[in-house]
Design a protein. Structure first.
Length: 496
């Protein structure tokens, strides 16, 4: 796999990104701009799928379920998925530069996480689907009378996949791969902020010979646009969505009339809990990662850091010192921190920086916008920010900000730490830092979240359950959990 450089052209420069419907690339109707958050430059225009085009995509998917796709065996389907993974790797540099152009994220992250995980998702679900078993229950007597029950896994049907902009390719493929592995047909909608890696995936699907209609791609916005048309379409059977909690509620309402199956990975306001017995260096380093990775735009990022009082002042100082040293810059500059996704999102994050001051917080470092004196001043860069001294009930401690910022507060006992960490309407992830093994297990288990890391953050095994409780989601993805969501189990009872 060749590493891209800045000289690698954005694959869709000055083009109009098409939708993919029934195996055909479609450019029609309205378009919108795809903007580079590094310098505000328009990279390309994007075809916005209206309700009629969404309908065509759904009908193409429905048709594919009656076509050759339905006659492929599981090994044949999985072989196609492996080809998708191989082709992503062959076009690695293009995928990386597309993802970087849309998001401004660092070359280091896009090439070590986003794109490799996209390929890995297809391989992982090919493996999982191949090795999946099924249930069998005998109701019989020893002499062979009675009945035999067995389960078969059928595809759910037409699946809508709706993805966000923060890890665009990783999160879209995380749903597309298991949906296809289970024999469904997909209509995928990437975020309007990040259409490019999905557009390359559409090309890859064509290149590997995916039957027409099995994978359809529609670009566009959410409300009153492509997303809304997709989730309310009566012929869509299931929706796999990752994004904001409020969007999840809107999708639920849109999907209610046709009672669709829903898998939701939503927002977070994640806590890190650092005990005084933790390995100090590991805890500071891990918290730096958990607060500032991807410019704080990972649903799993820690926005609330609770530190046991004897360690508190030292920990705040160490974190702030390192945050001040983070290099902010463009994707190819060896920076630690890229821009936020857009100027609009920067305005939202800055409003929380202002609010933190209004709510009487102390901005220990950051709190503003960096100045470069060049084209990057037209981008969406922001300073990494560390805040202390906010009341627990303040909005900055309660609401998801989704930027490179955390609030630190001290605690005095294990019970208090658990109570503070759980005092939120969200419940996605937590990180616990301690060298006491018993406490590690005890505290991790008490976290009201879908995933708790002990002495690490964002260490992922794709077979494990992934998702959140409370406002952070419905259901679990990962391993057998994804296969369960994307399949309809059916019991067949045979009288013997
Ligand atoms: P978003 O909810 O604004 O958008 C996500 C997607 O939904 C986009 O494709 C958007 O066009 C679409 N959409 C918006 N409104 C819609 C509607 N009414 N009907 C149908 N589709 C609609 O989220 P975002 O800003 O792109 O992403 C950031 C959010 O995602 C954060 O809240 C973050 O925590 C969350 N997130 C969660 C996870 C997780 O696994 N739990 C992972 C990544 C991001």
């Amino acid at each position: 796999m060749r590493m891209p450089t800045e000289a690698d052209a954005y694959p869709f420069a000055d083009q109009q990104l098409p939708c993919l419907v029934g195996g055909e690339f479609v450019r029609q109707g309205r378009t919108f701009d795809n903007v580079n958050p590094v310098n505000g430059v328009v990279l390309a225009t994007v075809t916005e799928a209206d309700a009629a085009l969404v309908d065509r995509a759904v009908q193409a998917a429905r048709g594919a379920l009656r076509g050759p796709w339905a006659r492929l065996s599981t090994p044949e389907r999985c072989a196609l998925l492996r080809k998708v993974a191989e082709r992503i790797e062959q076009r690695f540099a293009e995928f990386v530069s597309a993802e970087i152009a849309d998001t401004g994220k660092t070359l280091q992250q896009a090439s070590s996480l986003d794109i490799p995980r996209g390929a890995a998702n297809f391989r992982a679900y090919a493996d999982l689907a191949l090795t999946r078993g099924s249930e069998c229950f005998e109701m019989g007597t020893p002499d062979g009378r009675g009945a035999l029950n067995y389960s078969v896994h059928k595809p759910v049907g037409v699946v809508a996949v709706i993805a966000p902009w923060n890890l665009p390719f990783l999160l879209m493929t995380w749903k597309v791969a298991p949906a296809l592995a289970c024999g469904n047909a997909v209509v995928a909608k990437p975020s309007e902020e990040t259409p490019s890696s999905a557009a390359l995936l559409a090309q890859v699907m064509q290149e590997v010979g995916m039957p027409p209609g099995v994978f359809n791609l529609v670009h566009g916005f959410g409300p009153r646009s492509t997303g809304e048309a997709l989730v309310s379409h009566p012929d869509v059977n299931a929706i796999a969505f990752t994004g904001e909690s409020a969007t999840g509620s809107a999708i639920m309402r849109g999907a209610a009339d046709s009672v669709k199956a829903l898998s939701f990975e939503l927002g977070g306001k994640n806590a890190a809990v650092v005990f005084a017995d933790a390995d100090f260096e590991a805890a500071v380093g891990g918290t730096m990662r958990s607060v500032f990775s991807n410019c704080g735009q990972v649903c799993l990022c820690s926005e609330r850091v609770y530190v046991e009082r004897p360690l508190f002042a030292r920990f705040v100082e160490a974190l702030a010192q390192r945050a001040r040293r983070l290099k902010i810059g463009g994707p190819y500059e060896g920076a630690d921190l890229g821009p936020l996704i857009s100027r609009a999102h920067r305005e939202k994050v800055l409003s929380y920086y202002r609010l933190a001051r209004e709510e009487h917080g102390e901005i220990v470092c950051g709190g503003g916008v960096p100045s470069f004196g060049d084209e990057r001043d037209r981008g969406a860069f922001i300073e990494p920010t560390v805040v202390c001294g906010l009341a627990e009930g303040s909005r900055c401690v309660k609401e998801e900000i989704f930027g490179p910022v955390c609030h630190l507060a001290p605690f005095d006992s294990e019970d208090e730490a658990v109570r503070l960490a759980n005092d939120t309407r969200y419940g996605l992830a937590a990180a616990v830092w301690t060298s006491n093994l018993q406490r590690a297990h005890r505290v991790a288990r008490q976290m009201e979240v879908g995933i708790a890391w002990v002495n690490d953050w964002y260490l992922r095994d794709l077979r494990t359950p992934f998702g959140g409780v409370k406002l952070s989601g419905i259901g679990r993805e990962g391993g057998a959990h994804s296969l369960a969501f994307f399949s309809e189990p059916m019991n067949i009872c045979v009288k013997l």
